[in-house]
Design a protein around this ligand. Sequence first.
Ligand code: ADP
Ligand code: MG
Length: 285
Amino acid sequence: MRRNQQASEDRERHLREIESANVQLEFAKQQAEKANTSKSQFLANMSHELLTPLNAILGYSELIKEELNGSQAPRVVLDDCNKILASGTHLLNLINEVLDLSKIEAGKMQISCEEFLINELVDSVIAIIEPLAEKNGNRIKVDYQTDLFVMMSDAVKVKQILMNLVSNANKFTRNGIVSIIISSVSENGVACLNFLVKDSGIGIEPDLLDRIFEPFEQADLSLTRQYQGTGLGLTITKHFCEMLGGTISIASSPGQGSSCSVNLPVHNTQSNKNNIAQMRQKLTS
Ligand SMILES: Nc1ncnc2c1ncn2[C@@H]1O[C@H](COP(=O)(O)OP(=O)(O)O)[C@@H](O)[C@H]1O
Ligand SMILES: [Mg+2]
């Protein structure tokens, strides 16, 4: 009898301890979530504060550059102005990456879908990367292995996904080839477009490959210094792929180049036949 009572008291004490631990855990979880939201909010605010003066610096540098063109000013002044513009643009990209990630973490990143021409989007990415590819002695090749030419998705995000992959491929390759292959695939019964970005560059060590989508993960410091960047590009890219219902994977080995594969749902491209007909006309005209 007494033993039974003792056992029941022990059980109750045990339950009280578990309940108390649960309350503490819940409290700690809430505190951590609050701290994370504050951090994201702080980053978002800070980035906005930084963007305002930076846009003024870039805007006025552009103006000075225009005024210098055709003037008697020595060449070195124009060169200096170009350096301000290049550094300012680099800083702008970094701030935008931090802003994007804090928006994603705060659950404030939104999607806005529209129909767009795939080749126009690919061309706009190449137009930006082409001068950088020339500097690195790289050739960009595009291969369409699909009959699809219209996609219904968030064009800005699809462009950013492709931009990040192509700019990485070019950044880590010298005197090589960057190829973009676009094909149709089906993933779990969903019609998708596959964007495969391959390069013949330095490749990725297996231990980095395992954590490559984590924020701030980059190759060792000597390489990072050489190539610049924040280590946020692929984190944001993966988030965007998932937001658009897609997937991303990377295969690589050191010295053998890398290939990044993204599957994105084509969505209902047949939904508005008139719109598609107009686009087809635009393509052939
Ligand atoms: N195509 C590639 N070839 C070699 N290394 C790559 C490639 N793409 C990504 N990496 C490695 O993954 C890291 C993270 O990439 P990313 O998130 O885009 O950050 P960042 O480009 O700002 O360094 C890079 O710093 C690099 O070490
Ligand atoms: Mg990058």
